[in-house]
Design a protein around this ligand. Structure first.
Ligand code: NAG
Ligand code: NAG
Ligand code: NAG
Length: 364
């Protein structure tokens, strides 16, 4: 303990006795009594930090200062001595005037009133409140985890947080987008529970529950909401035209969760095998994914008579299957004997010839 006072003679033994004797000294002359220079100011500390309560007394003379925990009626210190068994509590003093109560690594049980007493008769005191604040934390076992639900069902996500003061909890989408919350478009929902009735595929995504109580840091938990629905399919052009020798691309869009298996079949129901790897292969299928959306494209090279007819795009997942049909019709070849396929020979040629484009003649 750091004794900063010049008054360092040890008075440890008869402390309680001295308190009583001093306390019995009565006088009507106010100038003979100790005076508090300032109130014991309230202190706010985050749990785990150290707290310091100060009591400043003028003209203490032979009187003694004691620190008392009001709620538990415990004497913490008297004069230069620590009375409490709590090892986190210590004392320092200065000039027989300033008396500091130190509380190390503050815990929630330390929250409450602390009183600085002087043993006059009647006893004089001042008290201050130690506020212990706790940053928010999420109670994992009472908070939802990632969820998979069927489209059209109702879903509740729950997020419980602890902290002092009691945290405020809100929800938002991780991507910051607004979402439909029971008929309203919202960006934030207040409260521990996010209840969505008749959930739609548009609700699919990551949600954040954010707990804050003014004590940094705020905390959040990420919860994925997956919405299952059977495949749906749309076709931009159900009728395509091409002439013999041309290349043509057919297109289908699908949506499904879980992700669907998509493929193309011919008129006769034969699965079309993509020959992307083979140079000059007949078919090339390009699937492109974006979330629960898939774009299916089938490129058919060098159309012949046999290629006209019907093509089917199919999407299947565990919840169902759907398909769509595209008709490929023959159209007359354009009057020009050239296709529109452009080929660049090499950079050098281009430089020399400027913007000259080279066309390949169409095969018969
Ligand atoms: C000290 O804190 C207590 C408890 O929160 C409060 O009632 C009181 O008004 C505060 N005093 C001052 C001076 O702020
Ligand atoms: C959550 O966990 C805490 C301990 O980590 C336990 O005391 C409490 O009973 C649990 N609550 C539930 C609802 O499981
Ligand atoms: C296109 O098909 C015809 C007839 O099958 C063939 O003779 C020709 O070489 C093909 N052209 C190309 C560029 O593959």
């Amino acid at each position: 303990m750091n004794d900063l006072s010049s008054d360092s003679c040890s008075m440890a033994a008869p402390v309680l006795l001295l308190l009583l004797i001093a306390g019995s000294a009565t006088s009507s002359d106010e100038s003979l009594f100790p005076r508090f220079v300032e109130p014991v100011t309230n202190v706010t500390v985050t749990v785990g930090r150290d707290a310091l309560l100060a009591c400043v007394v003028e003209d203490l003379r032979g009187y003694k200062v004691a620190w008392v925990r009001v709620d538990t009626q415990t004497i913490l210190s008297i004069h230069h001595n620590i009375i409490t068994q709590n090892p986190r509590i210590s004392l320092s003093y200065n000039d027989h005037r300033s008396w500091y109560l130190h509380i190390k690594s503050v815990q929630e049980v330390d929250r409450g009133w602390y009183m600085c007493q002087v043993n006059t008769d009647p006893m004089r005191s001042r008290k201050g409140y130690l506020q212990v604040v706790v940053p928010p934390s999420i109670i994992d076992n009472m908070t939802s985890t990632d969820m998979v639900v069927r489209e059209g069902s109702d879903v509740s996500l729950v997020c419980r947080a602890s902290g002092y003061p009691e945290p405020y909890v809100m929800w938002r989408r991780e991507d910051g987008q607004d979402f439909n919350y029971n008929g309203e478009s919202v960006s934030v929902v207040d409260g521990e529970t996010l209840t969505i009735t008749k959930v739609s595929r548009l609700h699919m995504g990551a949600y954040l529950c954010i707990a804050s109580n003014g004590v940094p840091p705020s905390i959040s938990k990420r919860i994925m909401l997956m919405v299952q629905f059977p495949p749906m399919l749309s076709i931009p052009n159900q009728l395509e035209g091409a002439y013999i020798g041309q290349d043509v691309t057919l297109e289908c869009h699908t949506e499904a969760y879980p992700s669907s298996i998509n493929y193309w079949t011919t008129d006769r129901g034969d699965m079309i095998i993509s020959e992307m790897e083979i140079v000059g292969g007949k078919y090339e299928a390009f699937p492109m994914d974006s979330g629960y959306n898939k774009f299916m494209m089938l490129k058919i090279r060098n159309i012949t008579k046999e290629d006209f007819g019907f093509y089917k795009c199919i999407a299947k997942n565990s919840l169902g299957e759907t398909d769509g049909i595209i008709k490929l019709d023959e159209i007359p070849a354009p009057p020009s004997a050239f296709t529109t396929q452009k080929t660049v020979i090499d950079n050098q040629t281009i430089k020399k010839k400027g913007h000259h484009e080279v066309f390949w003649p169409m095969t018969p």
